[in-house]
Ligand binder design. Sequence first.
Ligand code: WAQ
Ligand code: MG
Length: 280
Amino acid sequence: MDYYSLKMRASQHVGEGENSHEQHISGAERIVSRDSVEAVCSAMVRRAMTHSKGDPDFINVKIEKVHESDIQILKALPVTRIDVETWREGLEKAFGLVSKAVMDVHKESSLSVPKGTSENACLQNFAANLPELLRATFPMRGAMLYDIATGKRLEPNHERGVRATYMDALHSSVVDSCKNHFNEAIVLATKVANAPGMVAEFCVSDDPNYVTGYVASKELGYVRIMKMKEMGDENGGRIFLFDSRKASAEECIEYLQKKKVLVDVAPCHPGATIGSDRIQ
Ligand code: WAQ
Ligand code: MG
């Protein structure tokens, strides 16, 4: 069977003269069977035309045929959730989980910690640096690709970041014009976790009304953290923590941007609460 990839992005013209630029309003992407193309396409346009961020001046819809043999099917990461009282507590737990994932990789005996004082210092301060790394993602459209072996950022364009694309849920015939944060995030996180050299992902939504975020990796699974920022805050971002000793940045970026992936989310539900002993 042939599939089709659909991608939509909508933007609005803002500012005058030198300050004028296109501001992103909404984006979506799907990989669907031939008979869903039209309905999904019009749902995407509806999503663009009714977005709370504004009325679009420009909508781009791109439709491409995808051969079944080029598609990789992945099983969704297992989902758990952590309930927290405050967003600060949520953020701390998230920082703790990714720091541990990074430290575990460094401990693997087959991998040597790179030499050089600044690099070592950078690794030791990794947990302390996370809040600053997260802040640096706020203006970006894509994710930061951070090399845990050297402490360097590897995105070819730091303003844009790296975007994971060409992915959807397997057998998803849902034609939905509004965003389901969890459904989209489990698909993205599963693809990202399977990229060559990937260690973990850290995500906070940039939607002001959506305070749930997550950390994810093959080992951690998808861990929802129910509050990771203050309600009303429109700052969010993603950090892909990558290990350049395991793969090259080029092959990782190629996978994230080009590989067609369908994620089997059938057994996947929004997650049972887990005790804090799991997250030490
Ligand atoms: N690839 C890389 N980075 C991306 C992508 C992508 N395809 N899409 C968004 N980002 C970056 C971008 O910098 C955004 O500002 C940031 O991530 C947040 O994106 O279980 O809604 O689409 O309920 O706002 C998590 C769901 C929802 C948690 C995350 O992210 C749950 C969300 P948003
Ligand atoms: Mg958003």
